[in-house]
Design a binder for this molecule. Sequence first.
Ligand code: FES
Ligand SMILES: [Fe+2]
Length: 379
Amino acid sequence: MQKAEQLALADRLLDYIDRQTLQLGESVYRQPVSEYTSPAQALREQQLFRQRPLCVGMSGDLPAPGHYLTHDASGLPLLLTRHTDGRFRAFLNVCRHRGARVAEAAGEGRGFVCPYHAWRYGLDGRLVSRPEEQAFPDCSREEHSLTALAADERHGLLWVNPTPGAPLDFAPEFAALEAEFAHYALDSFTPFATRELRRQMNWKLALDTFLESYHFCVLHKDSICAIFHHNLATFDTYGEHFRLVSPRRSISSLREQPREQWNLLPHLVVIYVLFPNTVLVWQGAQVEIWQIFPDGDDPARSVLRLTLYAPNPPDSDKARAHWQRNLDLVLHVVENEDFPVGEGIQRSFSSGAQSHIVFGQNEAALAHFHAAITRATAA
Ligand code: FES
Ligand SMILES: [Fe+2]
């Protein structure tokens, strides 16, 4: 984040703290409960995950040529590779013979051998060889490469369009966010751990939990309330994408320093929502990427893929213990505090107890997110 932007943010946040308020949205937003329960809406939302660029991780997930990673949370079997030329590539993880998965989990190698009949593919997806070649006349190797997907690596983030043949189209407003990412050196981060969580709630309820700090000192009174200001964050939009900045309580120490010496970043958690479904949580020495998807076609189930990244590979027991504690804290807060409430909400929605919920003017990011979903699925 550029220095001028840091100073402007610091001014806004200190002003909010002085006035014990935040910039209010234009109006209260009434959200129909059916958006979280309707199978028809869930079907419409599938297009959100098939037509837009999806963030599937960071450069450090594929640290060197030859590395590969499978990715299934989107509902499509994806195979992500780093070719010998260093380029990030993405394919459907489906053998072109009879459909077996050609790779599992993550690893390193010169290519893939299908476990069923040993068709052999390169890291660039090319079908290199197959046993009993003469049995496949009129069925060229060239036409039976792995199905390639549009893929790009930008400022340390890995992007895929999961629809074969469809391009990666970034909205023009995304450029301003990328200019900010360029300052974070995201390409130098190393994944510490990835967890896939499955919960009994709509994917948007899982995402909603990141979108306001109005609950910090209520639901999280015994955990993060001591660290962060309550009901206090900036909110800025970049087309469908948006950014929330929550100050740590330590931000008040800036008041004792001359403004030109301020270093705001250690006092922040910055939450980027990369529409539709990725939450990037930046805290300087730590980055979390949450990819949140529907789990199948049931609107009441979701799958969350979390990766916690460290700025350097943890190279000692002490460093590993430090990162394990960070991961445990993140998981404790969401798994024991946020998500049980979300699952209770889903049950109340499914019961038909009420038709609408409301987002207050202090919950403007929720209104923005759901209005964007409504627009995108009506199109
Ligand atoms: S299904 Fe892959 S080689 Fe037969
Ligand atoms: Fe929370």
